[in-house]
Every structure is written in structure tokens, then in C-alpha cells.
Design a binder for this molecule. Structure first.
Ligand SMILES: Cc1cc2nc3c(=O)[nH]c(=O)nc-3n(C[C@H](O)[C@H](O)[C@H](O)COP(=O)(O)OP(=O)(O)OC[C@H]3O[C@@H](n4cnc5c(N)ncnc54)[C@H](O)[C@@H]3O)c2cc1C
Length: 428
């Protein structure tokens, strides 16, 4: 079993050395393909959760394969969001760049509460695309914590180990290691993972997928220093749900990274997200069995836009898919990243609020999710887990543990960003 950051003992089982997630997806896809009661719509994105009288009535869809003409409505009283995380909002991320919190935007626009949005976890050791001259476009390849668990060390370009002063050293909690690397970078240093002595020659056997990734960059971990950088990796916040996976909007459930169950607190422990996704998806499935399947407005069928059912707001959907998010990513990394301050967060809010309030803008969803993060980060006047404020560098015992909010309140507040801590608007 593997040892990972902030774990006190070896307790992580990995599939095929370092491919647990791929194995979950393989098994799930195989099960879905053989399930006669599941209809799979590939190449289709959800653009809106439709509601009537505060209850879910369906989902507006857009077929990104066939273009703009092919949008429609799936009428249903029960929607489960499982749309993943939001690392793609930041300049450096291990996530697919398309992971921009689309599910959070869908739920928030439909009136569901979101929670813990400020808690974005940065993985300390992604391969640094900046030091690998264009050899990677897209997500920054992850060098798993398990590599440090097997003895790899962090050094800067002067050869100095800089984690020795922290409890746990290289295996201190993710936020501690990520901030230490960030501070080295801010001081002009480059940072490397040194796996040459340990795991050394055994690296390729223990970490075959990481070895292959490194080879793409022309690196051999048993021989070369690996240039690394922190990268947005996991979102502890999201659509606020209870332990049945129910959101505050009747008819909406969420599970996986898009959901905020609260189980990860402010700082997910390595390797806990797949377990949470699987267990909580089971809770959702059990709960769905006990609810009414009847769809408001008809049975659950996809009806085409030709039938006059295209909802308003979809006209610019092609533009949404093609939005240039580089300015938002740069802004988020600079002002809402590893270290935050009131000044930076206010700058971010001022830039993001007008975009978020305009649903026809190509970058509206990304701006909206960024706004929710920045707003929550400004309101939380303390440092806790993955949320670090340079102007409030310690935890405040009286700060709320979980603070669900509604988009309408955040938009109303964003013209004059809150200077005071959260008033919890919805009982959690
Ligand atoms: C490189 C890497 C390594 C990791 N390693 C581990 C690990 O070892 N252990 C661990 O526990 N966790 C790990 N994690 C975290 C874990 O993989 C994720 O938290 C988990 O995969 C999230 O699963 P999910 O089903 O919620 O979302 P995802 O797996 O991201 O799936 C979401 C799906 O929804 C689709 N989607 C999004 N928006 C829409 C829309 N509007 N309409 C239609 N479809 C949409 C996406 O295209 C995607 O297919 C890792 C993450 C990364 C990036």
C-alpha cells in the first residue's frame, strides 16, 4: 500500500501501480454499456437546468458534434449532476482544460445553493510546462504524491531542500507543500522533484504511467530531476448536498467532484476523492429509487429544437464552447490562487462580475464560477486548509465550517463586495 501526503500510515491501494481513476472509468463504462436501462447520449452537453415553480423540470442540451442546430430539452423531474471539477479555471491545472465547473454554473443559475467554493486544492507536483518548452499543451501531468511517499525529495535550482523545516517535510499536507513551492517560485527559484536515489531504479516498475508521461517530456525519473509546479487539482466545494446527494433545489442531486458533501473539509486527503465519488454516488442511487420518476411536462425524451423547444439563452452556445478563457485563467491564478488577499480578490470580483451576469457572454460560465470562488474567498477572513489569506494567515475558530450561498445573493453583493465574514444564508 502507498503512503501519501498528510497520511499517518500506508493505506492507499492503487490499480495497476498508478491508474486507479482509469480503472474506475473502465469498470463503469463497461457496466453502463451492458445496462439495458441506460441510454447514453455522447457528445451532448447540458447547458441549463430547467425549473418551474422552484422545481426541476428538465435539462436543456446542446449537441456539440452536430453543431448549433441540434439543441433540445430532456424533460425530467430528476437530474443528477456528475460533471467533475474546475481546475481549468486556473493557468496551471492537472484537470482537463474543459473542467471549468460547468455543473456548478448549471446548478447555481437554476437556484441551487453552493458551498465551500473558496477551497480549491493545488497539487504541489505537476510537471512544470513552463520548464518543458511547449512539450505539453493542456493539463500539466501529475507526479503523484506516492512518489514522495517512496522517498523522492523536493529541491530548488540551487540544490537546496526547502521542506525540511515543515512537519512531515515533503509529505506535509498538500497546501503546505504547494505554498512552499509557490514561494520558491516567487523568489525566482525553479523547483524539482529528485527521485534519483529513491525510488531510483525501481521508479518505472512502481509508477509506469508517470514514467510514460515523463518520457514524453524526455525525462527519466531514475536519472533526471523532474521540474515541478503547483497546479489546481481538486475542488472541495461545489453544489451543496446532504448525505443523500440532494441539492437545495428540489429534483437536483449531485455527486463526485461537483458536489460539496463536506466530507473533505477544507483540504481533501490524497486519494479520498474517488472513494467519496463512488460511495456518495451509491447514496444518490439509493435515494433516487425512493423518489417519483414522473417528469413535469412529459416523459424523459430528447425533443429537438425544430419542435420549438429550444430554451432562451442557447443562441450563443457555440461561442460558449469556444470561449477564450486565458484572461480568466491568468486572473484566477494571480488573484484567487494559492495565496489570496482582499485587494486581489476585489480586483477579481470587479473583472468577473460583469461577465458572470451576462449569460450570453462566451466566458460567462467560467466567470460565474470564478466569481463564486472569489466571493467566498473574500468573505472567509481566515486561512484554513487550501484557502490561504496573506492578510488573515491563521485559522479563526469562530469562522463558519460550511457556508452555502445562492448565486442571486453573490451577484447582488458583487457590486460592493462583502468586507465582513459570511452570514450563512441557508442552514447547513
Ligand atoms: C491527474 C489526476 C489524478 C488524480 N488522481 C487521483 C487519485 O489517485 N485518487 C483519487 O481519489 N482522486 C484522484 N484525482 C481526483 C479524481 O480523479 C476526481 O476528483 C474524479 O475523477 C472526479 O470524478 P467525477 O466523476 O466527479 O468527474 P469527472 O471524472 O471529471 O467526470 C465529469 C464528466 O462530466 C462531463 N461534463 C462536464 N460538464 C458537462 C456538461 N455541461 N454536460 C455534459 N457533460 C459534462 C465531463 O466531460 C466529464 O466526462 C485525480 C485527478 C486528476 C486530475
Amino acid at each position: 500500500m502507498g503512503l501519501e501526503a498528510a497520511h499517518s500510515r500506508r493505506r492507499i491501494l492503487h490499480a495497476h501501480g498508478d491508474s486507479s481513476g482509469a480503472e474506475v472509468v473502465r469498470a463503469l463504462a463497461a457496466a453502463v454499456r451492458t445496462a439495458a436501462h441506460v441510454t447514453v447520449l455522447e457528445g451532448v452537453i447540458a447547458r441549463d437546468i430547467l425549473t418551474r415553480d422552484g422545481v426541476v423540470t428538465g435539462v436543456a442540451l446542446h449537441d456539440i458534434v452536430n453543431g448549433e442546430t441540434s439543441h433540445g430539452v430532456l424533460a425530467t423531474a430528476r437530474v443528477v449532476l456528475a460533471t467533475g471539477g474546475l481546475g481549468g479555471l486556473f493557468a496551471r491545472t492537472t484537470n482537463p482544460l474543459s473542467s471549468i465547473g460547468a455543473g456548478v454554473a448549471l446548478a447555481a443559475r437554476a437556484g441551487a445553493a453552493v458551498a465551500d467554493m473558496e477551497f480549491v486544492q493545488f497539487h504541489p507536483t505537476a510537471l512544470d510546462p513552463g520548464q518543458l518548452a511547449g512539450r505539453f499543451v493542456g493539463p500539466a501531468p501529475l507526479v503523484s504524491e506516492a512518489v514522495r511517499g517512496e522517498g523522492a525529495l523536493l529541491v530548488n535550482d540551487l540544490g537546496v531542500r526547502f521542506m525540511t523545516g515543515a512537519p512531515g517535510a515533503e509529505l506535509a499536507p498538500r497546501d503546505v507543500v504547494a505554498r512552499a513551492i509557490w514561494r520558491q517560485q516567487q523568489a525566482g527559484r525553479r523547483v524539482f522533484l529528485d527521485a534519483r536515489a529513491s525510488p531510483g531504479a525501481g521508479f518505472a516498475y512502481r509508477f509506469p504511467a508517470i514514467t510514460a508521461l515523463c518520457a514524453t517530456a524526455g525525462l527519466d525519473p531514475a536519472r533526471d530531476l523532474l521540474p515541478v509546479t503547483p497546479a489546481a487539482h481538486y475542488h472541495m466545494g461545489g453544489v451543496a448536498v446532504d448525505l443523500r446527494g440532494r441539492a437545495s433545489l428540489p429534483g437536483l442531486w449531485a455527486c463526485g467532484e461537483v458536489a460539496c458533501t463536506g466530507l473533505h473539509g477544507a483540504n481533501r486527503l490524497a486519494s479520498n476523492s474517488l472513494v467519496e465519488a463512488l460511495v456518495c454516488a451509491g447514496f444518490v442511487a439509493s435515494d433516487l429509487k425512493g423518489t417519483c420518476a414522473g417528469a413535469a411536462g412529459g416523459s424523459a425524451v430528447l425533443r429537438s429544437a425544430a419542435a420549438g423547444l429550444s430554451p432562451p439563452g442557447l443562441a450563443n452556445v457555440t461561442g460558449l464552447a469556444n470561449a477564450d478563457l486565458a484572461p480568466i485563467r491568468a486572473l484566477m491564478s494571480r488573484c484567487v490562487g494559492l495565496e489570496r488577499s482582499a485587494d486581489g480578490l476585489r480586483q477579481a470580483l470587479a473583472r468577473l462580475a460583469p461577465l458572470a451576469a451576462n449569460p450570453t457572454h462566451p466566458a460567462a460560465d467560467a466567470a460565474l464560477v470564478g466569481l463564486l470562488i472569489a466571493h467566498a474567498a473574500l468573505a472567509r477572513q481566515e486561512s484554513r486548509g487550501a484557502h490561504f489569506r496573506t492578510d488573515f494567515p491563521t485559522p479563526a475558530p469562530a469562522a463558519p465550517r460550511r457556508a452555502p450561498v445562492l448565486l442571486a445573493d453573490v451577484l447582488a453583493d458583487s457590486a460592493a463586495p462583502a468586507a465582513t465574514p459570511y452570514v450563512t444564508k441557508i442552514a447547513s
